[in-house]
Design a binder for this molecule. Sequence first.
Ligand SMILES: Cc1cc2nc3c(=O)[nH]c(=O)nc-3n(C[C@H](O)[C@H](O)[C@H](O)COP(=O)(O)OP(=O)(O)OC[C@H]3O[C@@H](n4cnc5c(N)ncnc54)[C@H](O)[C@@H]3O)c2cc1C
Length: 575
Amino acid sequence: MREHDVIIVGGGLAGCRAALEIKRTDPKLNVALVAKTHPIRSHSVAAQGGMAATLKNVDAEDTWEAHAFDTVKGSDYLADQDAVEILTREAPDVVIDLEHLGVLFSRLPDGRIAQRAFGGHSHRRTCYAADKTGHAILHELVSNLRKNDVTVYEEWYVMRLILEDGQAKGVVMFNLLTTHLQVVRAKAVMFATGGYGRVFNTTSNDFASTGDGLAMSALAGVPLEDMEFVQFHPTGLYPVGVLISEAVRGEGAYLINSEGDRFMANYAPSKMELAPRDITSRAIALEIRAGRGVHPDGNPGGPCVYLDLRHMGKEKIMSRIPFCWEEAHRLVGVDAVYEPMPVRPTAHYSMGGIPVNTDGQVRSGPDGLVEGFFAAGESACVSVHGANRLGSNSLLECVVYGKRTGAAIAQYIQNRKLPDIDEQVYLNAAQNKINALLGQSGSLRIGQLRQNFQDCMTQYCGVFRTEALMQEGLNQLQQLKQQYQNIYLDDKGSCWNTELIEALELRNLMVVGEIILTSALNRQESRGAHSREDYPQRDDTNFLKHTLAYYSSAGIDLQYKSVAMTRFEPQERKY
Ligand SMILES: Cc1cc2nc3c(=O)[nH]c(=O)nc-3n(C[C@H](O)[C@H](O)[C@H](O)COP(=O)(O)OP(=O)(O)OC[C@H]3O[C@@H](n4cnc5c(N)ncnc54)[C@H](O)[C@@H]3O)c2cc1C
């Protein structure tokens, strides 16, 4: 059995920033970080548009209070306001700290960090590195892991959280190259495992965003918070779904329908294309539904709308958003200098996740905490995004709460002993699970079942929802779960068996999908990204509260938790 003071699962922004903070706080601590990809290939590397902070380099009158208000309003008043205050107050310092680490932010002519407009933000406050911000930040953070002597297990797959008697004690993981199993025990376990975009058939997320950390937590008895709130980003490139950053609209692009109208004038007249994502995605879906969408060849009545950059000019496009131009050119053959891009909403971000307090410690319920267990980043829900996240607040959350969680862990483990674990029990269970999958003699390919599952989630729990739709989705999901017993693996080998990993990931996706559907079915109101056609109004009397979903093989049990309010009273949300 291996031992570390801390084991962090996840090599994206949140995990790397936490590791750095633990080492800064106490360089003697033995910190390990494990990732199923190489850390540099974590989804954070794909973040494009930027990271919000009130540096006031462009808009001198900006304040952290304005950032906090925009975030709370964007969240449709479901965010925990104490957590939002921390996020927005600490933002400028964490950006400057990244700058000191060597992150190459884009500059104003006078050398200060440049800032751009973003949806739902009342000031230009998003710091960026062209449209490759995640790339710039993650490379510096990963090289700092090396500098600070963090042990990195790269391309190891964590398959189980060891949680006994209300205490997280370690993880079971296996080496992707050799399928060698390993139990790791630690004084603290942290999950920074990212999102679950692959629950849906069209997503901006990478192939590794399969919600493993969420499913492992749920299977260990930890509740998941606010899982009904799934962000659909308005501008996924059609038909591939990859992201065209909001930075493109921040820099001035228009959304137009088949009649050539900037239709956002009918949905959010004051913000237009820079309305928050939930509102913009619904507007696009409604235009398409009303027959004002386009086909990629330009004919009306199609499944997408146009994102039009032509008036921006080649020089601005190539200097501010070169990667988005390249994506459209490479993936769908559109030269955005001369032609509009076909776009439609794509599953993008998880507002919900593993519930944590503002020190990143995982909650066991509305009141209690899980000993030794921490989480941050997209897999966690400290609830700074509530029912809808504003663009450029997620990278910020990863860094602010990655840092805070790292500092809290460094304190927490002082004077704590390594836990006792019966290693053999866990190794046997993991080996049996792998053997069972390899030995299964079903007739269904993994890809086929995954596709059916993703289609089910997309059809029955997408941008618009109703009770009848979601009930049907849950019925179908029960059948799909049965079919999991009937999958077979072609690859029985122990060297780089990606099929085996896909089978484990599919199981996790299905756990997460069931929790999303169940939480969504029970929220009988429309708030933020959760849009019920049978309950079109927000209902603060009955639903101004967080959902906590407890998973068990017998079914999902729901509880609710109150929202922390500090300075902003709920109002009607208009843009
Ligand atoms: C295309 C795109 C563009 C975006 N642009 C922006 C933007 O401009 N601004 C913004 O604020 N936000 C943006 N976001 C959102 C933001 O990038 C993410 O929310 C954030 O980077 C998540 O970081 P993370 O550290 O939580 O997880 P990730 O970066 O997703 O990392 C997850 C890590 O967990 C590891 N892992 C997962 N499961 C396991 C397992 N079972 N075993 C071992 N390791 C595991 C993975 O290998 C990986 O290292 C964007 C997202 C996408 C998809």
